[in-house]
Ligand binder design. Structure first.
Ligand code: NAP
Ligand code: GDD
Length: 373
């Protein structure tokens, strides 16, 4: 905070309270941006991931001088978006807000299209009408590739398999179109799945790691999942938001893939996570068709060659390290909640893994199942 010096640029982030928005806000503040974030009204606070950034309020309040503040708007409310764009006149706009759950998009297709497609359209129209000289980043998704076989890159045919995928593909094309038709500085980041300890609880990675931690502290006894055969290219969200910034610094507006170039099934994620505690995932996982989708994206594997070549950037964290990081953070949190450890003690990751293994041994004894090794 004390080291913050304005770099002369103002960034506006929609979806700032989400996984990516929270990391991006921290990253841009560390680069000296003034960050303004859009949150929507909720009956219960939806800003847990960014509440720590309120420290900026202490010194500046919500003034033009402030490094950081939040504004109310909604992607379904064009008036609110246009008013904010006119007031802030940002240099860079990162549109990360979305109904981002693929499974839920089958149940809520209309609002998914409203937020994810019409939301970007409302912003793009406002940039055009207000004649803003702003760069615009659209959070496009590997879900757009749908059933196109891997590896996928910027040239791959897109055949989406969900209302979410369709909503993102339409927004992708609007972003491209407003660049070509009106000369707006618009960028698409086609990001493959990226996860973190801040991931929403109903995405498969976090559901698995949080459930394992709950099993270990004794508040849950199984995990119920859907399709274990799907393959995903999973990276680390904190790194991917840096990739978003690199994309926006490229002089020529363009579309870029961000991916790890590794793919794994959901089953492999389970294996990797349970193996950390010498447990066999099959003893703890139940399949329920309600978590299967009416249509599925079978396999994603990104080819980020263009990003590496033109931006000289690629993510570093790979699958094994990601699984380990997520499970350790969840276990720490749950052990701390139960009063079994104090996370302020700065113990090593190995310390938590060993506690987990010890508890796992007792669970196996109690349930009469064998620990793996
Ligand atoms: P996330 O955690 O679900 O965050 C989405 C954010 O959008 C939340 O802050 C949410 O607010 C906000 N939002 C939803 N509807 C809104 C509306 N009508 N008006 C204003 N804000 C709204 O998603 P994420 O993982 O950070 O992903 C960020 C973006 O990247 C999304 O557009 C997602 O579709 C896209 N993407 C994600 C991945 C990935 O693997 N994470 C990959 C490719 C693309 P509430 O908290 O109030 O719901
Ligand atoms: N969520 C969830 N819950 N997924 C499950 C479950 C379950 O219980 N069981 C199996 N899966 C499978 C899904 O069917 C899918 O094949 C895979 O696990 C990953 O599901 P999610 O973690 O929900 O992610 P996603 O790939 O559908 O979508 C994410 O990645 C996209 C990029 O490709 C989201 O972050 C999207 O917003 C993002 O655009």
């Amino acid at each position: 905070m004390e080291n913050w010096h304005w770099n002369g640029k103002v960034a506006l982030i929609t979806g700032i309270g989400g996984q990516d928005g929270s990391y991006l806000a921290e990253f841009l503040l560390s680069k000296g941006y003034k960050v303004r974030g859009i949150v929507r009204r909720a009956s219960f606070p939806n800003t847990k991931r960014i509440d720590h950034l309120d420290i900026y309020d202490d010194k500046y309040g919500k003034t033009d001088e402030s490094p950081f503040y939040l504004l109310y708007a909604d992607l379904s409310d064009g008036i609110s978006l246009k008013n904010i764009l006119n007031k802030i006149r940002p240099d860079e706009i990162y549109n990360l807000g979305a109904q981002s759950h693929v499974g839920i998009s089958f149940q809520c297709p209309e609002s998914t299209i409203n937020y994810n497609t019409l939301g970007p359209l409302r912003i793009l129209e406002s940039i055009k009408d207000l004649k803003l000289d702003a760069k615009y980043y659209q959070a496009s998704s590997s879900e757009m590739f749908g059933k196109s076989p891997p590896p996928q890159n910027e040239e791959t045919r897109m055949i989406p398999q969900s209302p979410y995928g369709v909503s993102k593909l339409a927004a992708f094309h609007l972003t491209r179109l407003y660049r070509e038709a009106y000369g707006l500085k618009t960028y698409n980041g086609i990001l493959f799945n990226h996860e973190s300890p801040r991931r929403g609880l109903n995405f498969v990675t976090k559901k698995i790691t949080a459930s394992i931690a709950s099993i270990l502290v004794g508040t849950k006894d199984k995990i119920t999942l859907g399709n274990l055969d799907a393959k995903r290219d999973w990276g680390f969200a904190k790194e991917y938001v840096e990739g978003m910034w690199h994309i926006m610094q490229h002089e020529t507006p363009d579309d870029f893939v961000i991916a790890t170039k590794e793919t794994h099934t959901v089953r492999e994620f389970l294996e990797e996570a349970f193996n950390l505690f010498d447990l066999n995932w099959k003893d703890f996982v139940k399949i329920d068709d309600k978590f299967k989708r009416p249509a599925e994206v079978p396999a994603l594997l990104g080819d980020g060659e263009k990003t590496l070549r033109l931006l000289n950037w690629e993510p570093k964290t790979k699958f094994k390290a990601l699984v380990r990081m997520m499970i350790i953070e969840d276990l720490k949190e749950k052990l701390n909640e139960k009063g079994l450890v104090n996370i302020n003690d700065n113990n090593s990751d190995e310390y938590y893994i060993n506690i987990g293994k010890e508890i796992a041994r007792k669970i196996c004894e109690k349930r009469n199942i064998t620990q793996k090794f």
